[in-house]
Design a protein around this ligand. Structure first.
Ligand SMILES: NC(=O)c1ccc[n+]([C@@H]2O[C@H](COP(=O)([O-])OP(=O)(O)OC[C@H]3O[C@@H](n4cnc5c(N)ncnc54)[C@H](O)[C@@H]3O)[C@@H](O)[C@H]2O)c1
Length: 390
């Protein structure tokens, strides 16, 4: 195969950004051949903007047309697994927007079909391309900060106004997206948490539903987690605080990392704390840890980086930065957080998938949210309002 022929399913905010990127030949080895959206108005605009690209109203027709080798799935999340599975079963590789779906169970099904069909399947966890997170993962895995003992992440710089929530009728509803900030904005951070620090074994959470906005789902959540080795994690997120904070702190027995405002700060102790704790002759210590910092100079390659990696994985069998099967983990965290918040109990992972389905059905209510159709925007880069300064 010389070029991967791409189709995009769901050409709204994110899909239009992927379309612009592919159309402008920004991805080596990739070409845009098809677009699909159920919205007629969008299709008309797309036909004008992309005269040589075939426009479809039905994703099954696009996938079966023979004019695409791979698809990007950028519809609302509850359709992600259904579309991914159909594509892979029909011989088409899949790059799916985050989250992989709204339940860990459906994400696991997509991963299983990828394994069965041998098709490439990746998730758009674009923040995995950020040099600071990549470095934090490398440091933790190398053992440089010793035995990891605690992660604390305050990520409240996902601020959104009511206008955002009114801009698209699927947003911020249990039926339309299966949750709020944990399901829409925080999947990136939940993924990075588990990518760098590993999966916890127990979760406790509180969620505030419509605390800051006129929405039925949560716009604030606090998660506590425990690990098999005794490590703990806390995770606080919100779309209702301005100005927000984004501070990730990782402690190990031999050092500490902090990522905040475009810097990774690192402190390394002269020896492991577990050793000097029991051998030091005084009640406290005054060691100067070795300090260094990395300033983020290079921009993360972001969406484009993941898209290039996915294309290279098809053409050159390069390893995927964010394999589709990894999409299950952050959903295990968010799904269990919802159950915990509902029951007021600690939840052991993996939880009972049926329990989550029951929880979700109980949440799907008739609440009618004020909504207006989102306007169509075409960007060369994903618009600034999505940008996060680390
Ligand atoms: N990776 C990121 O940084 C990032 C950022 C924003 C959004 N996203 C993800 O992208 C997805 C879409 O979000 P958005 O903000 O672009 O939403 P959007 O509402 O702007 O766009 C969704 C589009 O999908 C279309 N659609 C719905 N059902 C369809 C179907 N059955 N077949 C074809 N098209 C269909 C809609 O008409 C709409 O045009 C979400 O899952 C979201 O989480 C990812």
């Amino acid at each position: 195969m010389k070029n991967v022929r791409f189709g995009i399913i769901g050409v709204g905010n994110m899909g239009s950004s992927h379309a612009a990127c592919l159309f402008a030949d920004k991805i080596e080895g990739a070409v845009l051949t098809a677009l699909c959206d159920i919205d007629e108005n969008r299709r008309n605009i797309l036909s004008e903007k992309y005269p040589n690209v075939v426009i479809f109203a039905d994703y099954k027709e696009m996938i079966s047309s023979g004019i695409v080798d791979a698809v990007i799935v950028a519809t609302p999340h509850p359709l992600h697994s259904e579309i991914s599975v159909f594509a892979m079963e029909n011989g088409v590789d899949v790059l799916c927007e985050k989250p992989a779906d709204i339940t860990a169970e459906k994400a696991a099904l997509s991963a299983e079909i990828a394994k069965k069909t041998g098709k490439k399947y990746a998730i758009m966890f674009n923040q995995r391309t950020n040099p600071l997170f990549k470095e934090a993962k490398r440091i933790v895995e190398s053992g440089e900060i010793g035995n990891p003992t605690r992660l604390a992440w305050i990520v409240t710089n996902w601020y959104r106004t009511q206008n955002y929530y009114d801009n698209g009728d699927w947003r911020a509803t249990w039926s339309g997206e299966g949750g709020g900030v944990l399901m829409n904005q925080a999947p990136h951070n939940l993924d990075l948490w588990q990518w760098i620090f590993g999966m916890p074994e127990r979760i406790f959470a509180t969620c505030s539903y419509g605390k800051y906005h006129n929405i039925e789902v949560e716009d604030e959540a606090t998660i506590l987690a425990k690990y098999k080795n005794g490590a703990t994690a806390t995770f606080i997120t919100s779309t209702g605080e301005y100005p927000g904070t984004n501070r990730l702190e990782i402690i190990g027995s031999k050092g500490k990392l902090v990522i905040e405002q475009g810097k990774l700060k690192k402190w390394i102790l002269p020896s492991d704390e577990r050793t000097f704790c029991f051998n030091h002759p005084f009640p406290t210590v005054d060691f100067e840890p070795e300090y260094s910092e990395i300033v983020q100079t290079e921009q993360e390659s972001g969406h484009r980086g993941i898209l290039q990696n996915f294309t290279d994985s098809i053409l050159k069998n390069e390893p995927l930065i964010s394999p589709g099967s990894d999409g299950i983990f952050e959903l295990l965290i968010s799904n269990s957080a919802y159950i915990s918040a509902d029951k007021g109990e600690w939840i052991e992972l993996p939880f009972d998938a049926k329990e989550y389905t029951n929880f979700l059905s109980s949440k799907v209510s008739d609440v009618q949210k004020k909504s207006s159709k989102s306007s169509i925007k075409f960007h060369d880069f994903y618009s600034n309002r999505w940008k996060v300064n680390w």
